[in-house]
Design a protein around this ligand. Structure first.
Ligand SMILES: [Zn+2]
Length: 277
């Protein structure tokens, strides 16, 4: 998974004696791949240092990515420091049962993970989406196994016009390709232009997205009686994915699960932190 860029690449101009047909084919492949690498050299998703393949981290950034692993809360996917036994729930899940069945995230939203998320969101680094989706598939394997379709958190059409890019849709599309699940970008629509969630407290976030999503009547048939997997880039307080889940349940979805690339762990949320989006 991890790869390193070790200085310049040697591109041989001739073939040494004794190289078989397969060797020649491999070298030809290297030669044809070379111009693309020179024109668009792959850079580390965390620090933009050169790496050998698109969507990889350099040796320095890799250890800074905190993958979320079991044991975790069966509902919220937040990790426990030690194994509490099968089916044990976090205080968060018990105090505020969410409208979704389960949430999972691949990494903790800090440091390098923030740079990756912001790179996809604002720097149009679309090449990161398939790579991020692979980590999401790992964390959300159980959710994917149960799902009938993947649905991204939609942007308001006007915001989509100005940004022309919905990072959640890119992740959902990549995850659909990876898992073979149908990708349904129009299953949920954002009907209210909401404020950006940055800088809002947990309660304000909830108010901001209340009634913001709806399943359009022509998409009703896609979600009724189905198990829907909602995709977003970051789970912060869960206000947005909860509002999307409620809209889906109102339209008859049998169950809704939520899979994000990153997750702000309980206790890490700071209103004043501009990176908690
Ligand atoms: Zn790096």
């Amino acid at each position: 998974m991890i790869s390193f860029f070790r200085g310049g690449r040697n591109i041989p101009l001739g073939f040494p004696a004794g190289v078989g047909m397969r060797g020649i084919a491999e070298r030809l492949h290297e030669l044809t791949a070379w111009p693309a690498k020179v024109l668009f050299p792959p850079v580390c998703a965390g620090c933009r240092r050169l790496v050998s393949a698109p969507g990889t981290l350099c040796g320095e950034c890799w250890p800074k990515l905190r993958l979320l692993e079991k044991p975790w809360c069966e509902v919220m996917g937040t990790p426990f420091s030690h194994d509490m036994g099968e089916g044990f729930l976090s205080a968060e899940a018990i105090a505020n049962p969410p409208p979704f069945r389960r949430a999972r995230a691949a990494v903790s939203y800090e440091g390098v993970a923030q740079k990756i998320v912001l790179g996809l969101k604002y720097a149009d680094r679309t090449e990161l989406a398939p790579w991020m989706a692979r980590w999401m598939a790992r964390a959300g394997a159980e959710l994917i196994a149960d799902a009938d379709l993947v649905v991204p958190v939609p942007l308001h059409p006007r915001r989509f016009l100005t940004r022309r890019f919905n990072q959640s849709a890119e992740l959902a599309r990549a995850l659909g390709r990876l898992s073979g699940l149908p990708f349904a970008p129009d299953a949920v629509r954002r009907v209210k232009k909401t404020r950006q969630q940055v800088g809002l407290g947990a309660r304000e976030r909830e108010d901001n997205v209340r009634g913001a999503f709806r399943v359009p009547s022509d998409a009703d048939i896609k979600v009724r009686g189905r198990q829907v997997l909602v995709i977003d880039d970051v789970f912060t307080t869960g206000a947005t994915v909860s509002a999307v889940s409620r809209a889906l349940r109102r339209s008859g979805a049998e169950a809704v699960d939520v899979l994000t690339f990153a997750r702000v762990l309980p206790g890490d949320f700071r209103v004043e932190d501009p990176t908690t989006i």
